[in-house]
Structure formats: C-alpha cells, structure tokens
Design a protein around this ligand. Sequence first.
Ligand code: AGP
Length: 609
Amino acid sequence: MCGIVGYAGTRECGDILIDGLRRLEYRGYDSAGVAIHTTNGVERVRAEGKLANLERAFRDTPLHGTVGIGHTRWATHGRPSEANAHPHMVDGFVVVHNGIIENHMELRDELEAGGDRFESETDTEIIAHLVARERPKTDSLLEAVRNTMAQVRGSYAVVVMNADEPDLMVAARQASPLIVGLGDGENFAASDVPAIMMHTRDVVFMNDGDFAVIRRDSVEFSDTSGAPVTHTAKRILWDPVSAEKQGYKHFMLKEIHEQPDRIIDTMRGRVSLETNHVHFPDMALDDEVLSSVKRIIILACGTSYHAGMVGRYAIEKLARVPVEVDLASEFRYRDPVIGEGTLIVAISQSGETADTLAAVAEAKRRGAKAIAICNVIESTLTRVCEGTIYTHAGPEIGVASTKAFTTQLVALYLLAIWLAQERGTQEPAERIELLEGLRRIPGQIEKCIQDEARIREFARNYVDVHSFLFLGRGMQFPIALEGALKLKEISYIHAEGYAAGEMKHGPIALIDDDLPVVVVAPRNEHYEKVLSNLEEVKARGGRVIAVTSEPAGDVLRHADDVMTIPEVPELLQPLVTVIPLQLLSYCIADIKGTDIDQPRNLAKSVTVE
Ligand code: AGP
C-alpha cells in the first residue's frame, strides 16, 4: 500500500523524489520521508501526515545529493507518526519498504536480545537492523540485502542504501510491485510507473525473487541464488496527462467524466464492425480452454467484486455457464472445490490486491485456469494469470473507483458475449443488438453526467444525515451495493446496500425520515416490484431518492428526488444506473468538504491482507 521511489543519477534528487511521491500518494498518505546521500553521509527528512508536510519540512531543511530514496506510507505496523515514517535508518543503512514482514515479532525479539535498540514500531525497521548485521559478514550490499531477505517471511518491495556506499541502491521484490526505470545517466526505482514517467518511459517490471543493484550508469538484476537475470525494458506508451487533474476539482470527478472515452477504449479492437464478433487479440489463452469452460468463479474485492456480481448475471444469461462470485478474502480460506473445467476470472483495478492474488494462487494450486480483468498493465495479477482482458481505463488516482468499475463491466459484458458466441448460446441477431447497445453506452453515460448540477442542488438536503439505505433488485442489487460503498468511503456517511426483496426481512425496521433510501429502479422486469418497495418506504415516512428511466412517470409521484437514465437495453442498465450514484456520492462529499481523492484510512491498492 505504500509508495517507493529511488533515484541514482547526476541531478539534485530531492525534488525528483518528492515529485515521484506525489504521484504515488494514492498508495498511502499518512506520513512520508526521503533519505539522500549528502556530503555528511545519508540524511533524512520525514513528516507525519500528507506529503505537503514533508514538502514543507524539506523546504526548511533541504538535503543536497544525487542518490536518494523516498516513501509515502499507509500504516500497517505502528500508527502514522514521524518516528514510524520511512526511510528507517540503522548505523547508516537506510530502508524503504512496501509490504508486510510476517515474522517481524520473532526477528525483533532476536535482534533486541542481541542488543539492538528500535526507534519505531514498524516491521520495516527490522530490515535495516538485519542489513546492518549482515553487511560486515559479506562482500557487498547486494549480498547483505539478499541474506536479509532470506530471513524474512512476507511481502516486500524494498530499496536499501548504505551511507558508506554512496553511488548505489539495492532493490528487492517479493509479492509487492517494484519497477526500475532506465534513463540516460540516471536510473530509478519505483512502486508504479507514474512516479518516474516524466523522466523515463523505459521500464523493467521486477519479478518476485528479483534483486537489482541500481547505479547512475548501470542496473544489474539477479535472483535469490545470486545468478544474473536478464530483463528487457518495456516502453510505456500511455500519456502522463491522464495522471493529472486537468482542471477538475478532484481526480474522482475527472474520472467520472472520463468514463465515456475509457469505455470506448475498453471496446477498441475487440468488437469487429464488419462481422459483429467479439474477440480478444491481446489475451493469451487459447480458445479451446475458454470454450470448454464448465463453471466460472469470479474473485475480487470491493468495487471489483460488485462488477463481478453484475458479470455473473451477464455470463449466466448469455453463455449459460454457471457462475459463482466470491470475495477473494473469503475464498482463499474456505477450502474451495475446483472441478474440471473451472475458470477463474479475477477482477482487479490495480492487479496488486493481496487477497485477490492469494485467492487466484489458491485456485491455481487446485488446478484451475485463471484469467484477469485488470487495469494496470504488467501488474502482478496479469503475470500470474494465463490471460488478461485489460480494461484500458488509464491511471485511476481517486481512491473511490469509478471508471475502473464501468470499464470492468464492459470487459465482463464482452467476455459474456464472447462465451455465448463461442458456445452458440446466443442468436447472432441478439448479439448484434447487444453490441449496438454497448456502442451507444458512452453517449448515454455522457447524458447522465450532464445531470451533475441538478444532483448537487438536492444533494445539499442530505449532507447531515447519518445513514443511507440503497436498494436494488437483480442486476441493480450490485449497483445498490456499489452506490453504498461509494457514499461511505468518500463522505463517511454510513450506507448499506440491500437486495430490495430483502427489505421486509429486516431493514424495513430502520425506516423513518432520518434514513434516506436510494432506490435503483430503472424500467425493467423488476420495475413494478421495486416500485412497491419504494411505496413501502414512503408509507413509513422514509425519504426516497430514485434512479429510474426517463420519463420518470410513476416514480415522480413517490420519490422526493429523482435521477434519470436514458433507455438502454436491460442487460446493460448497470453501466448507466451507477453514474447518478457516483455523482450523488461525489456531490454530498464535496459539499461536506471531505478529502475525496484520499479519504481517511484508505489507500488505492490494498496490498496487505
Ligand atoms: C473502491 O472504490 C475501493 N477503493 C475498493 O473497494 C477497491 O475496489 C478494492 O480495494 C479492490 O481493488 P482492486 O480493484 O485494485 O483489486
């Protein structure tokens, strides 16, 4: 969850590191720090809180040097504080780390018994102590780091420097992302591409078990045994502008507005205009495996899980394959049964979510094949799966997922249509109609987004409430869950999503004028039933916000506030009903003045359990 950046070159690196951390702040933002080789050895500046605090501290105490490392933290062991902020330093050995050292307690006990004194509550400081202990016994810093990492259990991306070896840093990766950027007379380490892409676009994605010695004019890779490893750099082609706010007040708002274009990107090259066939030219999984699928298990967390729930409806309806959807964090511990012909579809924006990775590993261990629906190119998930359907949403910086969700839905629809096409379970005419419907979606989302000003007006009436209920049926149930998740994560208002049919089995007891109920009721086969649920809420004095198809008709009579969507094919409705819910959450949070892009306690990629 933390962000790492390292630089070895000829330029002053303070600003390079801090600028890189700014682009990684989505990974964690409770404290930050940098350490730089200066004429006095290695010196550090650290600060609790947002990166702005580190920038201020660095301005007050600037450090000058051309080799350094930086870190932005999401606390796992030890509260957010300056003492717990990275880099950690022991006898001139300096470490930044992303991940979790699982055997930190026993290692700490052992080190303390040997006389080591700890300055922080973190698991990371152990690495600095171990490197300091190992270095005198070995020939090189690389060997010391290798011997250290052999003693720790868990996940890590680490970069280590030594005050006595000012021209190099050593990086190591195990189950946490780490890349090396190759420049001209300068080289970089980072957790993610945006941190360094204004300096170089030639990037090596390190593998688990890789070590790298990074100097200004060379990078050498090796494995856990010390054998050299050869990597070919990949050229990053995407545009850095997509990682900027471009005049929007928040990344989340920008990302909501981007959805029409990103959905076009998700479909690009996958739907033939001539034959109206779906194909995945970039997915390296042979057609035979995919078309012999007997059962699909979708694994994901959070918003991606909600996308998976929608995907289940689409795949079962079109391709007639039984689909289960499981929270990755539950699946990995429930001794799952994987029969022959089981295909795992793992969904993740980041491709680094620890639970999703572990669930896929568990399924593969039991013989399943796995494909990923993922946004981040070359992320860990894409490398452990047999094939990937990239969503091409571009960098999503806002912690609350928006464009990642709708592009995941489009990828799932395409997968469902493709399976149906290969298995012959859908009439070609129906496929053509559905694909035409998909092509119209970007324009229809655009139309929903234009409702923002009106939604903002009535959102004012809801900023002081303490709790919301979201109701939906069928494919709108996951949308109700997603609406509730969006609202709670950015506005800090409690919200619960419920299957509308379950309301009478409990939640109806909560209804009074203090609990606004958002009812997702587009015109579809469940419309009448959801309308009855809406009336049941009104009859008990509840306030109703409805999402429905235009013209709003009957709903207008019962709802206090209405958000409409254009007429779209029923199967595709989730792609548009979610838009007003994203905007409602955004407007309520914006009026409340919360930190929308970096809500408290959260981080963009959850790389720990
Ligand atoms: C969504 O708004 C959340 N920030 C969160 O639920 C997220 O979807 C979840 O952590 C899964 O992330 P992933 O898609 O990167 O695996």
